[in-house]
Structures are given as structure tokens and as C-alpha cells.
Design a protein around this ligand. Structure first.
Ligand code: ADP
Ligand code: MG
Ligand code: MG
Length: 876
């Protein structure tokens, strides 16, 4: 089997065999670009080497042939006393691992050929500069001599002579350095091989070995690159960027990798070689300066950049060298870029006719989108701060502000004009007002679907939860991490993408929805089978989601509307009332308030569907917790403390999540649901008077059976019909149900008889399927993930095997009863790309997620449809 390919024999499709670098060097050669000639030893040869720990005879024979061919092509020869051939030996894996493996330049130089090179080029300094570079690289890569030992020699001589730059080194200095370098070899019991052939062989072995060096192994682990790919080895004729002031070396991007702007971007150094640009020995110039220094070379580079972009149909990252005004290309690859740049480049490439919309959609990682919708820390400012503690990165973003330990104090500080961060042991729905005004929410406890996490994501606030090293004492108004104490009002900064907490104030850079993202999302919408709705409790949430292109509201949780102070009071009146008579006044007050809420949402939705869920949580969540509050509430309600306590005791439940909640509340307190429906109808009527038609979608939570839903549905429908006929207008409406218990899934065919739509509440469904309390998973879930007993947190990525099977069953049964049944998903996983793909495959009609996840879900939905269509085509 052929183990070596000349550049002219390969092409860009041969990445697996030739590595990315080799395949692209071949492709560029065949495009007629100025690439110094060379050849590539395959990854198969690498595998062979890894097994034998030796270069096979067959490989060595092929190598000889290719070296001879190279000599012929260049008119130079290895070890030639007048015209020596010099080469680089470069690593290059099938997947780009920039700088992780080894490369050696200037191979072929020895005590004789260095003189030949000096004579040939009439530049002695250049020849010895190249030789000292070879000695350092070879010593480091082949013999493992430390890089800093070589650097120290260089620094010592520079200091002795009072030089500030390597460029000041004279030929004599360089000769002295070479002697000192050789001494380093001797000290280590090694010697530098004078034979060029021996150098090449040692370098090839070292490159194969570098596949297993520490940094390469770690990089592969971090980036999920398979261990068994192996590296190819490229042997390439040297060109010299260190041949004087008309020479240089640089790197260039065909577009700005940070913003995606179309312009040649990069850095270079004159009179330099290889890694000088990135190693920081001298400060490089921006490529734009080359335009002035060498206009013709710049124009040629710009033209090559365009050619390569057209050819590869993507932004390229290039390495180039200029030797005496002559430009050479040494590498091209698809450039790494920020999420924002990725979106802009993909959209621009479509507009430039290089790729189609489908390809643009497939190129972007949906998860990366949420990072571009939030502000970020200024990287320089961030580098100057130490991480104080780390928690779970619950909601991305970068926030800085003064820390407060209760919602009330956060709110007061906000009203006094402060920028606040709320830090608590954990949060409850009561903290909502403090959460709304906070830049970030940090909790010591809780998991990725804890209250704090869900709310932070919902509001687009930065959120970090489960920061176990943190302990908050709201009474002492302090938080401690080890022996560091934070006091109320201290500045802290929170990174919701990494989960890091910092002390002090770190500057941020703003983020917006850029035009290119809006375009991409439009294309995604046109390409996907599923709709993308939002979970929104307030007009502010809805507005945000509409900006991101949401198709409507898939879930409004009405209980979140009850936590503002004046409403909470009425709610408590309602709950604590002795009988139906006592509930009348608070119900009337709440009805007015809810009417306004619904009116605002309907109006803003402007015809898009708004799905409102009736009251769901256990009533005790609305009751006061501590003594001071109990006192206050008793006073406000004109009750004795004892009476209040008795009533509270009666409402207390051992397992509130499994208790008196959802439509169980409708069965015991029908007047609450009736009130909510009336409020909704009043809002509908007001809009009707303004000429706007609204078809309310009402959703019943936690249904377990057809009979139960039939009972609640009758309650809702009666109220609607009565009001509509009294008003004298026709209202179209839908009454659907959440599917969030295993029983509901199993009996979905029956339930569909009385439901106009389904929406999976995957948070509860997961909780009830596994029997995991989602508020308590923090104590055991991490162990399950670490021990790989669970592949992923089922509250973040749907458990397809268990929960997914129940969902599939519910969909099939539901549609067996009503073939056109609309079926949504409104749990946390509705915004998770992997889950979205699964939902597309089982026939879900739409997903609904927090506003900031709408773009993520939209792109994931488009990709799911595109992949499914492609698969179906391949089958037929
Ligand atoms: P990496 O994979 O770490 O980028 P490379 O193999 O690309 O390593 O080489 C490191 C540096 O040496 C790059 O700047 C490259 O352009 C330069 N280089 C490699 N081969 C040659 C050559 N034949 N002539 C001139 N410069 C070279
Ligand atoms: Mg490179
Ligand atoms: Mg639920």
C-alpha cells in the first residue's frame, strides 16, 4: 500500500489519510498556488509506526524515492556542498489541532551545508540564524531538551551585548550561540546528527511520537477528537522568511474571526521564521501594514484569499512566508471563529452565492447562539481577576453588580439606583421581584432546573446555581467562600457561561441580535417542520421572545403573576378564607388584575396564539414563611396569629409536588379556575371592542384521566359559553391539557376525546417517570452523571429511552383519536438542541422554551428537519 503522496498526488478529500494540512497543501498545489514542493506520509504509516515503533523498510524505500523526486524538482540535493536542499518536517492530523504536535524547520543544515547556504545566498548571518533555529527545534522535539534552556542561552547573549531584539544578533553572536546549543546536547549526552538523512528520519519519528505528547492528548480529550486518528507527516521544501528585510512570515484570516467582517485580517513579521509571529518574541504588524510595505505581495495574498474562499466555500486561516519579495502559502484551513462571526460568515456566504441556505443552517452549532445573545466580559479585564468560586452555569451572560442577600434588599437597592446581583442559598417564587431587578442570580444550592436556574433563563438574566463553596447568611448579610467574606453592597462579577464568580467589577461588552442572526432565524423557520413558541409570563418576556422570532406563547404560568405584593395579599386572603363566601372579595380583586395581565399579553401577541395555563402550584407556596412575615400577614388580614397558623397547618403537605395542585385545585376550588377564565374572557371582550379577535387557548395542568379533564373542561366551557352569550358574541377557543404524568401518557387516547391540544410538561413528566424530585436532584444526580449511570441530566436533555417512549406512546394514542391533534412540549428540554431533534422525530408539532432559548430551538428544529429529509431521500 502506498504510504507517501507527493503534494501533486493528493487532494482535499483525502483528509483522513493525509491529515488536514497535507490534504490542503495538495489541494493548493493543484490549484496552481505558490506552495513549496513536498510530500505527505499518511496516517496509515503513523498507525504502522505506532505498532512497530519503527519505520518499516517499505516506508523507507518510498521515502527515498520521494526525496529524490524532491531533489530533482528543486535542483538541490541533501548534503550538497554547494546547493543543499533544506526541508521542514511537519505534523498534521485529520482534525486540526493547532500547535499541539511538533514541527521542525531547516532540516538538512549541518556544519558544512550552513557554509554552503551562506555562500549561495551571500548572506552568512541568515545561514547561521537558520542553523541555530534547527538546533533548538531538533534538540527540543527529538531529544526532549527543554525549550527554555535554548531560550536562556539566547537571552544571556542578548543581555551581555545589550540587544533588545533577536534581529541585532550578528553572525559571530550566532556562531557563539550555536556552540552553546551544541554544548546543551553534549551535557545531555546527545549529539546533533550531521547527516541530513539521519535528521529527517529522527524528525519523522519525533512527529509520529508527538501524537501522544501530553498537550495533544489533553487537547483531544477537551475537543472530543478520537484517539486513533493518528497524524500524517509533511516533508516540505523550506522557504525563508528570515532572509532579510524583504522577507517575512505571517498568518492571515480571510475574514475577521471575531466579527465575521469581510476583510483580510492577520499579523506578520519581517525577517522572521515560522512560529516567531505567534511566539511573542517580537510584536507583529497587522496585515494591513503589508499593504504599504509590499503592495504587490499584499494584493497577491488578497487575491489568493479570495480564490481559496471560493474554492473551500468558507473562511480560511492561512500561513504564508515571503522570501525576497516572493509569496508562498504554507497552510490553509477553515478558520476558528466566535459564534457571532460564524453566523455572519454563514449568512454572507449565502448572499455571495458560495453556499446555499441549508448549508448555512447546518454549519452553526445551535448551542453557540445563546452565547451571542448576552453580554460578555472583556477578556483583558477578566484575565486580571481570580475565580472566587464556581457553580453550575445555569443561564449564560456576564453580569457585574453589588451583591444583596434577599430579594427585598435587592429590590430596594435597585430602586435606589444600584446595579444589583442577588445571592441566596436558594430562591423560591417569592423572590421573583428581587430576581427581576438583578443582573445575575447566584445560589449556593440547586441544580440546572432549580427555581433560580429556570427563572434566570426565563428572564435572560445571568444565573449560576449550586455553588457549593458558597454559604449565604441573609441575616448577617454576608456570604462566605472559604475565609473570604462578602458583605452587602460589595461588587462581584458573575459569568453564567462558565459558572465563575469573581470579586470586583469587570467591564462587559454589549451584545445584540444582529441582522445576520435575524436572517438565519428566518431561514431556519422556513426550513423546519416544528414551530417554536415561548414560555412567557410577562409582556417583557413575550417582547423579548418576539424579537427572537417566536411563533406564539406555548406556556403562560399564571401563578407567577400572583407574587407581586398587592396580589400576594389577595391570594393569601383567598387561600385563608373559611368558605366560598369569604373567597368572593379576593377573587373579584384578582380577576381585575388578571384581566389586565391577559389583555396585555393578547395585545402584544397580535394574533399569535397565546396558551394560558390555569393555576398549577400547591397553595401553600403563597403562604408566609418566617415569624415576622406571619405576624405581618395576620395583621393585614385581621386574623389572630393562632388562626393563621391553624389554617397554614391544614394546608401543609408532606409531598407538595405530589399533592394538592394542578387540576386537583380545580376540583376542590372550582371558583379559582372560573375566576381565571372570566378574567381571560373580559380581556378577549375588551380586545373585541377594539376590533381585535382573540381565540384563547386554555391549558389544564397535571391531568391524569379523561374523566378528570372532562370535569374541569365542563367548568371552563360553561364559564366561557355563559359569558359569550351574555355579551352576545361568538368566541372560538381551545381547551387543552398538559401531559405530564405517566398515567396521562398511557391513557392519552381517552384524554384526547376531551382535549383540543396536548402539551408535554417534560419537567413534571421526567420527575414522575424517574421518581426524582427535581428540587432535590442536587444531592445525587452529579454522582449518577459522574459514574455514567445516566448519560445526561434528564431535566436538561430528554431521556429518550424512558420519558421519550412515554411521549411517543402519548402522541400515537392521541392522534389515533384525533389525527390532527396539535402537540407541543413546554418543559425545559424544549430549548435543548438534542431534545429538539428527538421531538421532531416523534412528531411533536412545536416546542416552547424560555425567550433566550428561542433562537437555539429554532435552529435545532431546522437542522432536525433537514437531517430527517436528507435521510429519507437517501433511503428512497
Ligand atoms: P502547526 O501545525 O503548529 O501550525 P506547522 O507545521 O504549520 O505547525 O509549522 C509551524 C510554522 O512553521 C508555521 O508558521 C509554518 O508556516 C512554518 N513552516 C512550516 N514549514 C515551512 C517551510 N517549508 N518553509 C517555511 N516555513 C515553514
Ligand atoms: Mg501551522
Ligand atoms: Mg408541571
Amino acid at each position: 500500500m502506498k504510504q507517501i503522496y507527493a503534494f501533486a498526488e493528493g487532494n482535499m478529500e483525502m483528509r483522513a489519510l493525509l491529515g488536514g494540512k497535507g490534504a490542503n497543501l495538495a489541494e493548493m498545489t493543484n490549484l496552481g498556488l505558490p506552495v513549496p514542493p513536498g510530500f505527505t506520509m499518511t496516517t496509515a504509516a503513523c498507525h504502522d509506526y505506532q505498532q512497530q515503533h519503527a519505520l518499516s523498510d517499505a516506508l523507507l524505500a518510498e521515502l527515498d524515492q520521494h526525496l529524490q523526486a524532491l531533489e530533482q524538482a528543486t535542483g538541490k540535493r541533501f548534503d550538497d556542498p554547494t546547493a543543499p536542499l533544506l526541508v521542514s518536517v511537519r505534523s498534521g492530523a485529520p482534525i486540526s489541532m493547532p500547535g499541539m504536535m511538533d514541527t521542525i524547520l531547516n532540516i538538512g543544515l549541518n556544519d558544512q551545508t550552513v557554509q554552503a547556504l551562506a555562500t549561495l545566498t551571500a548572506d552568512t548571518r541568515f545561514a547561521y540564524d537558520s542553523y541555530r533555529r534547527l538546533l533548538a527545534m531538533f534538540g527540543n522535539v527529538v531529544y526532549g531538551l527543554s525549550e527554555s534552556a535554548f531560550d536562556d542561552v539566547l537571552t544571556a547573549i542578548k543581555q551581555e551585548k545589550g540587544y533588545t531584539s533577536d534581529l541585532a544578533l550578528t553572525t559571530d553572536d550566532l556562531k557563539q550561540i550555536i556552540q552553546a546549543f551544541k554544548q546543551l546536547y553534549t551535557d545531555a549526552g546527545k549529539s546533533f546528527p550531521q547527516s541530513p538523512k539521519a535528521q529527517i528520519l529522527a524528525a519523522i519519528v519525533a512527529v509520529f511520537e508527538s501524537w501522544n505528547n501530553r498537550r495533544a492528548v489533553i487537547y483531544r480529550r477537551e475537543n472530543h477528537i478520537p484517539e486513533d486518528l493518528g497524524t500524517a507527516v509533511n516533508v516540505q521544501t523550506m522557504v525563508f522568511g528570515n532572509a532579510g528585510e524583504d522577507s517575512g512570515t505571517g498568518v492571515a484570516f480571510t475574514r475577521d474571526p471575531a466579527t465575521g467582517e469581510r476583510a483580510l485580517f492577520g499579523e506578520y513579521l519581517l525577517n522572521a521564521q515560522g512560529e516567531d509571529v505567534v511566539s511573542g518574541v517580537r510584536t507583529p504588524q497587522p496585515v494591513a501594514v503589508l499593504h504599504e510595505q509590499m503592495p504587490e505581495v499584499y494584493d497577491q495574498l488578497a487575491a489568493i484569499a479570495t480564490t481559496l474562499e471560493q474554492h473551500y466555500r468558507d473562511m480560511q486561516d492561512l500561513e504564508f512566508t515571503i522570501e525576497h519579495g516572493e509569496l508562498y502559502l504554507l497552510q490553509a484551513r477553515n478558520g476558528k471563529r466566535t459564534p457571532a462571526a460564524a453566523v455572519k460568515i454563514a449568512v454572507d456566504l449565502v448572499n455571495e452565492g458560495l453556499i446555499d441556505r441549508q448549508e448555512a443552517l447546518m454549519r452553526i452549532d445551535p448551542k453557540s447562539l445563546s452565547d451571542m445573545l448576552h453580554p460578555e466580559f472583556d477578556p483583558q479585564a477578566l484575565a486580571a481577576h481570580d475565580v472566587l468560586a464556581t457553580g453550575l452555569p445555569a443561564s449564560p451572560g456576564a453580569a457585574t453588580g453589588e451583591v444583596y442577600f434577599t430579594a427585598a434588599e435587592a429590590k430596594a437597592a435597585h430602586e435606589a439606583g444600584h446595579q444589583v446581583i442577588l445571592m441566596r442559598q436558594d430562591t423560591s417564587p417569592e423572590d421573583i421581584e428581587g430576581m427581576i431587578v438583578s443582573q445575575a442570580i447566584v445560589t449556593a444550592r440547586g441544580g440546572m432546573t432549580s427555581h433560580a436556574a429556570v427563572v434566570a433563563r426565563g428572564m435572560g438574566a445571568t444565573g449560576v446555581v449550586g455553588m457549593h463553596a458558597l454559604s449565604v447568611d441573609e441575616h448577617a448579610k454576608t456570604a462566605t467562600v472559604g475565609d473570604i467574606v462578602l458583605h452587602e453592597g460589595d461588587w462581584v462579577s458573575v459569568d453564567g457561561t462558565t459558572g465563575h464568580l469573581y470579586r470586583g467589577r469587570i467591564t462587559t461588552t454589549a451584545a445584540m441580535v444582529k441582522e445576520s442572526l435575524a436572517t438565519l432565524l428566518d431561514w431556519a423557520k422556513a426550513a423546519s417542520r416544528m414551530g417554536v413558541y415561548t414560555n412567557a409570563d410577562t409582556p417583557k418576556d413575550l417582547q423579548q421572545a418576539l424579537t427572537f422570532g417566536a411563533d406564539g406563547i406555548g406556556l403562560t404560568r399564571t401563578e407567577h403573576m400572583f407574587f407581586q405584593p398587592e396580589r400576594l395579599l389577595q391570594m393569601r386572603r383567598l387561600i385563608l378564607a373559611k368558605d366560598a363566601e369569604g373567597r368572593k372579595a379576593p377573587l373579584a380583586a384578582l380577576e381585575k388584575m388578571q384581566e389586565q395581565d391577559f389583555y396585555d399579553l393578547y395585545r402584544l401577541a397580535a394574533g399569535k396564539s397565546v396558551t394560558i395555563r390555569l393555576l398549577d402550584p400547591p397553595l401553600h407556596e403563597f403562604l408566609p414563611h418566617d415569624l415576622r412575615e406571619i405576624n405581618e400577614v395576620a395583621n393585614e388580614l385581621g386574623l389572630e396569629q393562632n388562626q393563621l397558623r391553624e389554617r397554614m397547618a391544614a394546608l401543609k403537605e408532606v409531598n407538595p409536588m405530589l399533592g394538592h395542585r394542578g387540576d386537583r385545585l380545580a376540583v376542590t376550588f372550582p371558583d379559582i379556575y372560573a375566576m381565571q377564565v372570566r378574567a381571560m374572557m373580559h380581556a378577549v371582550f375588551r380586545l373585541a371592542d377594539e376590533g381585535v379577535t382573540v381565540a384563547p387557548h386554555i391549558m389544564i395542568p397535571l391531568t391524569n384521566s379523561e374523566t378528570e379533564l372532562r370535569w374541569v373542561r365542563r367548568l371552563v366551557v360553561n364559564e366561557i359559553e355563559q359569558m359569550a352569550s351574555a355579551k352576545g358574541i361568538q368566541v372560538t377557543y381551545e381547551v387543552g391539557t398538559m401531559i405530564e404524568t405517566p398515567r396521562a401518557c398511557v391513557t392519552a387516547d381517552a384524554i384526547a376525546n376531551v382535549a383540543d391540544f396536548f402539551s408535554f410538561g417534560t419537567n413534571d413528566l421526567t420527575q414522575l417517570t424517574f421518581g426524582y424530585s427535581r428540587d432535590d436532584v442536587g444531592s445525587f444526580l452529579p454522582a449518577y452523571l459522574e459514574k455514567k449511570i445516566l448519560p445526561a441530566d434528564p431535566f436538561q436533555t430528554v431521556d429518550t429511552e424512558g420519558v421519550g417512549t412515554l411521549m411517543k406512546m402519548a402522541i400515537d394514542k392521541g392522534r389515533a383519536t384525533k389525527s390532527q391533534l396539535l402537540i407541543g412540549v413546554c418543559g425545559e428540554v424544549g430549548g435543548d438542541p438534542d431534545s429538539v431533534a428527538f421531538f421532531d422525530s416523534i412528531g411533536v408539532s412545536y416546542v416552547s422554551c424560555s425567550p433566550y432559548r428561542v433562537p437555539v430551538a429554532r435552529l435545532a428544529a431546522a437542522q432536525a428537519t433537514l437531517r430527517a429529509t436528507k435521510k429519507a431521500k437517501a433511503r428512497s
